[in-house]
Design a protein around this ligand. Structure first.
Ligand code: GUN
Ligand code: ZN
Length: 430
């Protein structure tokens, strides 16, 4: 097995820069290196010292480029790749007009395979090495994304989206078939290679209490699976949930009452939360996922990142493709910055990079395994060129420190800024 040594400006983290002093959590070396053996990072440190200690390692020198953990997208919908950037609708109309007709097509395995391949190619081109995806109600759509991920040795988390009401006939299952199909799929995929299964009720408006109860029971039987859904994204949606579940204390209670609140739970959006919801999410150690380009694109609202971080919630960052308007986690960081500004907090580049790597990995309960530039982690690595366009380069040229040099790439960068990607120690040939 070849030993690889990557040289460049290494950027990693030893803690959470959202809470407390961010400086103390940054591991930055302008002449750093990472050693890769057998798909994992086995050492990080000074590049020259690593070179002397490992003269047999194959060296790739990235010069001034930043070597980071690969980006981790903690919430997206691969079946919506084809309808990204669809005009003019807010959440419920957007689902009915664009999303549901497109998702109907995923009963065709060849179509699902083509979109799964395209989505993972786009992810890697944008420096994303792990993504967490909703599928459609069709079990074939789950096989398609996991097979595409296995072909690339990517750590992908996915699950069959369950809906038994308020969706077109062609996209409805039942409480029993949602349970049976999800069970068969998680037995097939959860823990196979790098795959992890997420039990996936779409959101409480499209599941009956019977279906939510059945999926809660399945999660209790398979507690190492993740559970992903949506929570408190848009005001009309929240009012609809109140009508559908009149006895619920709040939106989160529509999950909690049926066994769908737990530490391996991932709650997308979580914008308009009540104090009780925040307390309960924190108490059980569940994670919320910030989807900033989606929250502005669909007109949902301004996620309270700092408030929720202070409440000790685990927070991931995500594109929410195709409600989100970009495949790029750089653009996603930029949108998180812009929303932070509207809420009165200028997020530091270190905090943004942490969210896109360690934060998301923590939300997925995979901290130390992915999203981490340190010994023991899988070698999923993204290398950023800080001079990828004229607009970025002319600004970065005046930078007097690494953060000033990196921030223009966060704000203006796209797939052209991705100099290279490694997945499980294999270079993705760029
Ligand atoms: N809520 C329920 N389904 C969806 C979806 O597909 N996208 C977004 N953004 N929100 C949802
Ligand atoms: Zn979503």
């Amino acid at each position: 097995m070849t030993m690889h040594l990557l040289l460049g400006q290494t950027l990693g983290f030893s803690g959470n820069p959202l809470t407390g002093d961010w400086q103390g959590t940054v591991l930055f070396d302008s002449a750093g290196g990472i050693l890769i053996e057998n798909a994992r990072i086995t050492a990080t440190g000074n590049g020259a010292a690593l070179r002397r200690a490992h003269p047999d390692a194959e060296v790739t020198n990235y010069g001034d480029a930043i070597i980071s953990a690969g980006f981790v997208d903690a919430h997206m919908h691969y079946p919506q790749t084809g309808i990204i950037a669809s005009w003019g609708k807010q959440l419920i109309d957007w689902l009915n007009t664009y999303t549901f007709p497109e998702e109907t097509r995923f009963g065709d395995r060849a179509y699902a395979d083509a979109v799964a391949d395209r989505t993972l190619d786009l992810a890697v081109a944008h420096g994303t090495t792990t993504l967490t995806s909703f599928c459609t109600i069709h079990p074939e759509s789950v096989d398609a994304i996991f097979e595409a991920a296995a072909a690339r040795n990517m750590a992908v988390i996915a699950g069959k989206t369950c809906m038994d009401r308020n969706a077109p006939d062609t996209l409805r299952d039942t409480a029993q078939t949602a349970y049976d199909d999800s069970k068969a799929l998680l037995e097939k995929w959860h823990g196979k290679g790098r795959a992890r299964y997420a039990i996936t009720p779409r959101f409480s408006p499209t599941s009956t209490p019977d279906q939510l109860r059945a999926l809660g029971a399945l999660w209790a039987e398979h507690p190492t699976c993740l559970m992903q859904t949506h929570l408190s994204e848009q005001h009309p949606e929240i009012a609809w949930v109140r009508d559908l579940f009149p006895q619920a204390r709040d939106y989160l209670d529509t999950y909690e009452a049926y066994g769908l609140l737990g530490k391996n739970g991932l709650y997308g959006h979580a914008i308009h939360l009540e104090p009780r919801e925040i307390d309960r999410l924190a108490e059980v150690g569940a994670a919320v996922v910030h989807c900033p380009t989606s929250n502005t694109f669909i007109g949902s609202g301004l996620f309270d990142l700092m408030g929720l971080a202070k409440a000790a919630l685990s927070i991931g960052l995500a594109t929410d493709t195709g409600g989100g308007s970009s495949f790029s986690m750089l653009r996603t960081m930029a949108a998180a910055y812009e929303i932070g500004q509207l809420r009165g907090t200028a997020l530091h580049p270190a905090q943004l990079m942490w969210l896109a790597t360690e934060g998301s990995a923590g939300a997925l309960k995979m901290a130390g395994e992915i999203g981490h530039l340190g010994a023991g982690a899988v070698a999923d690595v993204t290398v950023l060129n800080l001079q990828s366009t004229l607009a970025i380069a002319q600004r970065a040229d005046r930078a007097d420190d690494i953060w000033d040099a990196l921030f223009p790439t966060i704000m203006m960068g796209d797939d052209r800024a991705i100099r290279d990607v490694w997945i499980a120690g294999v270079r993705q040939l760029r």
